[in-house]
Design a protein around this ligand. Sequence first.
Ligand SMILES: Cc1cc2nc3c(=O)[nH]c(=O)nc-3n(C[C@H](O)[C@H](O)[C@H](O)COP(=O)(O)OP(=O)(O)OC[C@H]3O[C@@H](n4cnc5c(N)ncnc54)[C@H](O)[C@@H]3O)c2cc1C
Length: 382
Amino acid sequence: MSGRTLILGGGFGGIAAGVELRRLQPDHEVVLVDQTPAFAMGLRKLWDLVGTGTVARGSRQRGLLGRHGIEFVQAEITSIDPAERSAETSAGTVSADHLIVALGGISRPDLVPGLAEHGHDVWAFAGIAAAAQALADFDRGRIVVLVAGAPYPCPPAPYECALHVDEHLRSRGLREHTDLSVVTLQPMLMPNAGRAGSDWMAEQLASRGITSRVAAKVARVEAGLIVFEDGGDQPVDLLIVVPPHRVPEVVSESGLTGSHGWIAVDSGTLETSHPRVYAVGDVTLIPLSNGLPLPKAEVMAELQGLRVARAIAAEISGAEPPPLFDGKGYCPIELGAESAARVEGDWYATPEPIVTIGCPSAERAGDKADFEREHLDHWFGE
Ligand SMILES: Cc1cc2nc3c(=O)[nH]c(=O)nc-3n(C[C@H](O)[C@H](O)[C@H](O)COP(=O)(O)OP(=O)(O)OC[C@H]3O[C@@H](n4cnc5c(N)ncnc54)[C@H](O)[C@@H]3O)c2cc1C
């Protein structure tokens, strides 16, 4: 036996790391802990909201990771000891030679007064059913997609959400009776994609009659009304929210977080300040050359998880370390169900990240579904 790696969190980053590590080191013990038995991708949330797919259809039991030799423990993690590379869980204490923290970000509507009471949090799986019902019941009025905090997972997703809602309303003959808008606290729609990328997205929205407003930070929400910090307000009948996000409490108490509140890691190795303790995915914050954080996305979590797995495997076998995580990745942006555009980012480029957005096309419309199918099949079996 060549030791043990403990992975905390069975989302995109944790699973990618575990599967790759077992592939490279079949004798190495990998224990993965997550509080929920089933895995599903974030992209499913928007499909479920508008009825083009369901979360259930894209869910897989984490226990199936046993086919890779990964031991899955369904338990709540209650404390992390990075110095000992161990964690207390509701199923007991687990310690290891290497520790990977992949616990993601938690949506926190409670941080804005009235947001949880009057808005639908579609960034949490738990909020989808009620939001989908509210949309199904909607027959006319004002719908707002409100970005209430940043950074949040998947920077383009609020706009994808608005575009999916637009298409949904058209299919029900309700679009002309609906005022649909997106409001964000950020200075432009997609700061990571720069002015050009933000303008491109504003055009996509405008071409479908969706209005967008930037630099509008919500102060509180009342029944039927969003009140902003500058004193202005906006009436709303159906409020879809992207709440502020934070690390899970167990992470903030672990001593691993930096002054920004997220886990600080080396941008290339994903190592924390503790030896043989790594963090990947949404739970981290990696500042870019322009001061903005690396986008939180499945593709990034996966590439980081792969790099960490390869580094651990190399350490075990005494091989040279693998190439550093280079901050390059791509992702499709869905512009409704029938069209998508591919975004490519060289996020570690200086003096600015380099981001290119391809032409929207019908050929790309199935890219996210393909991405999901490939990963579910590889990780959980067909
Ligand atoms: C609406 C929406 C659409 C998206 N679309 C895309 C997309 O198209 N492409 C893309 O690349 N990304 C997309 N994302 C972003 C993507 O979902 C996240 O970036 C990704 O899930 C991050 O993976 P992760 O492994 O870091 O964390 P997570 O997937 O959040 O996994 C963390 C895991 O830790 C577990 N956990 C947390 N705390 C505890 C605890 N105390 N005890 C036990 N377990 C715990 C959780 O149960 C969870 O399973 C989307 C996100 C949303 C909300």
